[in-house]
Structures are given as C-alpha cells and as structure tokens.
Ligand binder design. Sequence first.
Ligand SMILES: NC(=O)c1ccc[n+]([C@@H]2O[C@H](COP(=O)([O-])OP(=O)(O)OC[C@H]3O[C@@H](n4cnc5c(N)ncnc54)[C@H](OP(=O)(O)O)[C@@H]3O)[C@@H](O)[C@H]2O)c1
Length: 310
Amino acid sequence: MLRIVAHRFGAPADVLVCEPAPLLEPTPSGVVVRMRASAINPSDLVSVSGAYSFRIPLPFVPGFEGVGVIDAIGAEVSGLGIGRRVLPLGSAGGWQSCKALPAAWCMEVPDDLSDEQAATAYVNPLTARLMLRALAPSPGMLVAVNAANSAIGRILLRLLDAIKVRSLAIVRSKQAMELLADEPICNVILAGEVLPPLDGGFDAIGGDHGAAMAQAIRPGGALMHYGMLSGRPLPPGLGSVVKPLWLRNRVHAASRAELRAAMTEVFDDIRSGLAATTIEACYPLSAYRAALAHNAQASRRGKILFTPQL
Ligand SMILES: NC(=O)c1ccc[n+]([C@@H]2O[C@H](COP(=O)([O-])OP(=O)(O)OC[C@H]3O[C@@H](n4cnc5c(N)ncnc54)[C@H](OP(=O)(O)O)[C@@H]3O)[C@@H](O)[C@H]2O)c1
C-alpha cells in the first residue's frame, strides 16, 4: 500500500511525498477500493497548495477522481460486490493504492468503458454537462470558451457543436491553437484579442480575462464561471451575468438518484466521444515527481494518470 500525501500545504512538488501506508479496513457501511487509475486535475493541485485548508485536514491524500475495484466490504453494505468496478466519489484520496469510503459514494462503471475513460469521467465531463444545462444556449448562438485547449474546454466545444451552437475558442498560445485542430470550433482567437458580442461564455480563468468575457456578454446571456487558472477571482461588480458553478457543491447537494442519472448521461457522452478525454501518460505512484513535472509541461496534450497497480 503506497500513498502520495501532503503532510503540510504548499507547492505540490515541494510538499508531496510517496510513502508506504497501513492497510485500510472498511467501516461497517464502507468499502475499500483498490485504485486502478486516478487523474491529476488542477483542483487536486490547488487543494495541496492550501486553498481549501479550512476544510481539508492534514495529512491529505489528493485525487478527487479515479476508478478502482472493490477490495473489501463492510458488514452492513449490500448491493455491491467484491471486484465490482466503481468510481469512488465525494472525497479526495485517489492517489493511493487503496481508498476507503462510504459505500454510498461508489458509482458503478459500465463494463464497456476503459479504465482510462472511467478515471476521467467525473470532474470534467459532469461539470461540462451541468454548465451546459445551466447556460442552455440555443442553436446559432455564439458562446466563448476560454482555456479552450484544457480537457474540459475541449469537451465544452464538442457539446456546443452537438447542439449547433457556434463556439469561439480562446487560448493563450499559437501552440494551443494547433492542439485544437481536431476539435469542432467555429473560430479561435488568442487571449487579449477583442471579443465580439457573445450570447454566453465559459470562464475557467477568472481575473481580468474572465471580466472581459463577462463584459462581452449581451443582455440576457450568462457567463458560467468555474475556474481560476489565473490564480485570481473575477473582480467584483460584474453583476448577475456571472453564474458560478462548483461541481463539489452540486454533487454534495444532489440525491444519489440524481447523481446516478447525471453520470449515466455522462457515460453516454464518453461513448459517443463528446466527453472522451485524451490521456497523455500513465505513471506509477512512486514516479509522482515525474508525473507532476509532466503535468506542468505547456506542450501537454492530455491528462496524466496515476496507475497505482503498475
Ligand atoms: N468548477 C468546477 O467544479 C470545475 C470542474 C472541472 C474543472 N474545473 C476547472 O477547469 C479548469 C481546467 O481544468 P482541466 O482539468 O480541463 O485542466 P487541464 O486539462 O489540466 O488543462 C489546463 C490548461 O489550461 C491552460 N492554462 C493554464 N493556466 C492558464 C491561464 N492562466 N490562462 C489560460 N490558460 C491557462 C493550460 O494550457 P496552456 O499552458 O497550453 O495554455 C493548461 O493546459 C481548471 O481551472 C479546473 O479547476 C472546475
């Protein structure tokens, strides 16, 4: 049993260590999931930095999404069997050989999805679906997506195209433009260029860039704000055009039936390719330093996964 753990908050490369850990036992209503693959996402790294230290006790094992198989079951658990493949949702802890959690947070995974697609089925595909539902753009409208070369940016571009909404992809480099060559985009521009009037937008950046997007939205439209890649929040005073959406809040407020229905839709999106995620590389837990360095590369084309059983 290995785990990647933060004993203090700070820059991930400085504070994370990979160490042996005691074997986990399930609580009576819990399970232990042997992890097969876990993604590295910006939210994991932000959590290690200490942004949510008010609700994350130390030591902290990151990894909000991943897939594994049930290895041990508590005495009170019914409806789940040893060996069943599940997404262990609702908490961090994916970056270790095994994760213990309440059985109620296990989402069964259809057999036809690969481990790689299952490990990236939750954070970005579900957030993209929820945001699209909230924005509800009509065919022919123009909707901008910033950080469009990110994993979730690409999913949003495909979802918009599927409902015949025109997309404006915004990226910060010519290299990122080239990465979008295979995606369905009506137009692509560099960050900082003048924005046309927009019917809606998806902002993963915040700060001045997100504010400029908000100001380009026509009356009646909305800016779905869901990330702070710039490290800065949106400035105050933008008004009701800004609609924040944080997956964690939505999922913890949803019933299990609502979550299951939403994930069923997402699994379909993955099968159809709309929400498929490009995987760039897989690393064992012990190679976490190389994995984090790879994740930080500007030339990265897809997600980095930990595959603890390697
Ligand atoms: N609200 C929620 O619940 C929720 C859910 C899912 C995702 N998110 C957020 O969505 C964002 C993207 O996540 P992801 O998993 O898709 O990321 P990702 O695939 O790891 O890609 C992030 C990309 O964003 C680009 N980027 C980084 N900093 C930037 C900046 N300041 N300006 C413009 N582009 C920048 C980088 O590309 P280049 O270096 O090539 O420019 C990087 O490749 C993150 O902020 C994440 O937290 C939020």
